[in-house]
Design a protein around this ligand. Structure first.
Ligand code: SF4
Length: 418
């Protein structure tokens, strides 16, 4: 059997030595993450010095996430360039000139794409797939370019005709000062003493109007409305940026294919939401003091969980059975914990199911490893993610004919037990 010491640490199931219990400032995304499953949040935000020097567990970024970051990064650079270039309308000669100085849209997207790829280049979890990720992103470059242009067109530059000008916001902590009239990008909203931070993508302020706008590159999601309303609360209570306590009169989510107006909250609703957030944050912080934090398995939470290989609750047969009944849509990909019994050939093993989505514990099946991972060996117990299942062709066939295929998108994690 292959010595477990020879297996790269990233592919071993090993829990962190310490669970993070402190969170200096809460963001909306963090709150939703902790409320959804505190175990997931803690596993993601623990340190794993055996694996790498980063402060988090290595993520497995998907294409949607990466393309979102590329577009968002390009948008941020453009808005900042418009700010410093005093662009007052879009489209305009001045706007075109700023875009030209940045090398054009295509160059900007390419720069941001390379920056994103560089930021994940030391991630040991994706070293085997980074080239295919890069190829898929490059293939999608034209679509990203179009989405970026559509989002740029959603910047409310027409409102600059009121006499407001582009204004850079002060830095997050130093020299925070009342927001001036104009359009501001990446506004850090952080009411003193509240322990919160929220970054509004764009804020527009003049004598009569106050607008908060967020840019989204993925599909529409009702949760974004609450996020924007939380930003409204933070803005209202941020006495440094907003000493007059002005309320937003417009909340907008910009998607490449349209906009969604979010209901503005009344003064009493702002107060109510602030107090509700306070209660939720206290509860979320308390949930992190339990060691280990509670796991809340469900299909909704676990399907995209990037640390499920470390979560023992997820692999309990009862959990897998419950998740099987919740799984939508049904497809041919699954997660499973397996004991490799015997090698059948250079690429295949016979294995026993310990637990798995749609699989009864104890059944025997064949594991076919297209990547011929040298660390797979008879006697090992592994957790496989996103493996393809081939079912027996005839219903009456023996379960023994189930075949699990490990392809380029599958991951295998090794348990210490033999
Ligand atoms: S697998 Fe599910 S229960 Fe476990 S940490 Fe992830 S989301 Fe939570």
């Amino acid at each position: 059997m292959v010595d477990l010491d020879l297996i790269p640490p990233v592919w071993k199931v090993k829990l962190p030595g310490h669970w993070p219990t402190q969170l200096q400032r809460m963001s909306y995304t963090q709150l939703i993450g902790i409320e959804g499953c505190a175990r997931k949040w803690s596993l993601q935000h623990s340190q794993y010095p055996d694996i790498w020097d980063s402060r988090n567990y290595p993520d497995k970024p998907n294409i949607g996430l990466l393309r979102g970051r590329v577009i968002h990064g390009a948008l941020e650079i453009l808005v900042k360039a418009f700010v410093s270039g005093n662009v007052s309308t879009i489209p305009s000669e001045a706007a075109t000139s700023v875009i030209r100085e940045l090398g054009g849209f295509r160059h900007l997207v390419q720069t941001c794409l390379e920056r994103e790829l560089a930021s994940i280049s030391d991630n040991p979890r994706i070293s085997g797939v980074i080239l295919s990720l890069k190829a898929r992103l490059e293939q999608d470059r034209g679509n990203m370019l179009e989405d970026l242009k559509r989002l740029i067109r959603r910047i409310p530059s027409d409102r600059l005709g009121t006499g407001a000008t582009w204004e850079p916001v002060e830095s997050e902590d130093e020299g925070r000062a009342p927001l001036r009239y104009g359009i501001h990008s990446e506004v850090a909203l952080s009411p003193p003493g509240m322990g919160w931070i929220g970054y509004a993508d764009l804020m527009y302020l003049d004598e009569d109007s106050c607008e908060i706008r967020d840019f989204k590159t993925g599909g529409r999601n009702d949760g974004y409305s609450e996020q924007l309303q939380v930003y409204a609360v933070l803005w209202c209570l941020d006495t440094e940026l907003n000493p007059d306590g002005r309320h937003p009169d417009r909340l907008v989510i910009s998607y490449p294919d349209g906009e969604v107006e979010v209901e503005c909250l009344s003064a009493s609703e702002i107060t109510e939401m602030a107090s509700d957030l306070d209660i939720r944050v206290t509860s979320a912080r308390e949930s992190l003091t339990i060691s280990p934090p509670t796991a809340k398995p469900s299909w909704e939470q676990c399907q995209w969980c990037s640390v499920k290989q470390l979560c023992d609750e997820y692999w309990l047969p009862a959990t897998q059975s419950a998740i099987t009944s919740q799984k939508t849509p049904a497809n041919d990909y699954l997660d499973a914990q397996l004991h490799l019994d015997n090698r059948l050939g250079p690429k295949s093993f016979s294995a026993t199911v310990i637990s798995g989505i749609g699989l009864n514990p104890g059944i025997n099946l064949t594991v076919s490893d297209q990547g011929q991972d040298p660390h797979l060996a008879a006697g090992r117990t592994i957790r496989v993610l996103n493996a393809k299942i081939e079912k027996p062709e005839q219903e009456e066939s023996d379960d023994n004919r189930f075949r699990i295929i490990l392809d380029g998108s599958s991951e295998r994690f090794f348990l210490e037990t033999t």
